[in-house]
Ligand binder design. Structure first.
Ligand code: NDP
Length: 450
């Protein structure tokens, strides 16, 4: 890797040496450093203060054993993680992911991305992330509860409303947050906003559940409006995944006049030319926790195709990858371009490989990178923290308006930064540069030992 800049080369070499065998983390660092070239060349104080060397090293990385007892009385052991990446602008903030693919590399990539994303929201939140290689699929409610309680028994030592505030992510929804919150309260005997994504009856925020998906569409609308004088009205949209982000992205896309023609899960995808019936997807995924395949058995206009990756061969105007990292590669990106895609915005974290992103940018496709486009979830988590601190709740309309305002601002921050640094319309560069600025200034202001 050559960034054509000695400082960036030196920092990246050291990151590779220290984090060998962590491909996701290296991919995320590479992407950010590439974007920061014009920024470090313009501002020598970044190198002078060793900002990049510090920003790529987590402030703290915690790994722990999570033992729990399954329904058969057998002892099970999983591995838990929390990375507290950067607290320059606020308490660490970022979700928890429960999925068998979770490891140190995945948690560090997510934590690193979170630092810039949280900064972009304009709210005072540092970056963190956590999770476990525990697989919630096929587990009973009692098994989930016992696992969450064991996980929190250790995690509680490291978090707090003014220290580190986790939330949900893949495999961690309202049920898991409830069990985690209950255990924290039991251990500490205090009722604080230590987690976000809580249920509405115990401190959760209206619109938090919908926020990432809604925010993605607010961002995409603003991108289309400003970069192409277009709207979502009448557009064909393909959305991968059928979890929290995907479902509410689909809902808002439909509200804005688009037709969602395909969705997926990790087994396969459905095409419904008549437009996906979201109520059916929600019944299958949110209530029955079943497979997306069921949709085609219930809706006659739909067709199911085994294998999730084929979803990118479905012709569309707007593609929204909302499932997981590296789910859309160069070849698939080319297929989308050949089929006339106009815009791509990332609902998931790092769903497009670097090759895919390059193809989109080269072909003039409007591309919204995750740390800008999916920041609506953490932004609304920030709003949940504010409401908890005030011991007060805003109405759904108030939260939704604030969310929309934040997403519109994020688009303009990234767009303006892309122009400032000589790459107008490159929102990857723009989002990284804009997110980085506030964190870097705060790190410099707070001195070397942070
Ligand atoms: P969920 O667990 O609710 O849903 C994940 C969805 O993605 C499921 O439909 C799952 O299918 C599918 N999926 C998982 N792995 C694959 C794969 N390899 N190929 C295709 N589909 C797959 O998670 P969320 O919706 O919360 O998160 C989705 C993404 O969005 C993640 O990258 C997450 O980090 C990111 N994100 C989430 C935020 C939030 O607020 N929830 C905030 C910002 C980002 P199956 O049911 O088969 O497992």
């Amino acid at each position: 890797m050559n960034f054509q800049n000695d400082y960036l080369n030196r920092v990246y070499e050291e990151v590779c040496r220290r984090n060998a065998g962590e491909p996701e983390f290296l991919q995320a660092v590479r992407e950010v450093l590439e974007s920061l070239k014009p920024v470090v060349e313009k501002d020598p104080s970044i190198e002078k203060n060793g900002v990049l060397e510090r920003i790529v090293e987590p402030e703290r990385f915690i790994q722990f054993r999570v033992s729990w007892v399954d329904d058969k009385g057998q002892v099970q052991v999983n591995r838990g993680y929390r990375v507290q990446f950067n607290s320059a602008i606020g308490p660490y903030k970022g979700g928890l992911r429960f999925h068998p693919s979770v490891n140190a590399s995945v948690i560090k990539f997510l934590g690193f991305e979170q630092v810039f994303k949280n900064s972009l929201t304009g709210l005072p939140m540092g970056g963190g992330k956590g999770g476990s290689d525990f697989d919630p699929k096929g587990k009973s409610d009692m098994e989930i509860m016992r696992f969450c309680q064991s996980f929190m028994t250790e995690l509680a030592k490291h978090i707090g409303a003014d220290t580190d505030v986790p939330a949900g992510d893949i495999g961690v929804g309202a049920r898991e947050i409830g069990y985690l919150f209950g255990q924290y309260k039991r251990l500490r005997n205090e009722f604080t906003g230590v987690l976000t994504g809580k249920g509405l009856t115990y401190g959760g925020s209206l619109v938090r559940k919908e926020a990432t998906g809604y925010g993605l569409l607010y961002f995409t609308s603003e991108m289309l409006k400003n970069m192409k004088q277009e709207s979502l009205q009448g557009k064909r949209v393909v959305i991968s995944g059928s979890g929290n982000v995907a479902i509410y992205a689909a809902q808002k896309a439909q509200e804005l006049g688009a037709t969602v023609v395909a969705m997926s899960d990790s087994n396969g995808y459905i095409i419904d030319e008549a437009g996906i019936q979201l109520a059916v997807v929600q019944q299958i995924k949110e209530v029955e926790r079943a497979r997306i395949k069921e949709y085609a058995q219930r809706v006659p206009s739909a067709q199911y195709v085994e294998g999730c990756r084929g979803i990118w061969s479905v012709k569309c105007d707007v593609a929204l990858p909302c499932a997981t990292q590296n789910e859309l590669n160069g070849q698939e990106a080319q297929q989308l371009v050949d089929n006339g895609v106009m815009a791509v915005a990332e609902g998931a974290n790092m769903p497009c490989t670097p090759e895919a992103v390059e193809i989109f940018l080269k072909n003039g496709i409007f591309f919204g990178p995750a740390k800008a486009a999916n920041a609506g979830g953490v932004a609304t988590s920030g709003l949940e923290m504010s409401q908890n601190s005030m011991r007060y709740s805003w109405t759904a309309q108030e939260v939704d308006e604030k969310l929309k305002g934040i997403m519109v601002n994020i688009f303009h921050s990234a767009y303006n930064a892309s122009k400032e640094y000589g790459a107008p319309g490159n929102l990857v560069l723009g989002a990284n540069a804009a997110g980085f600025a506030k964190v870097a200034q705060s790190m410099i202001a707070q001195g070397v030992a942070y």
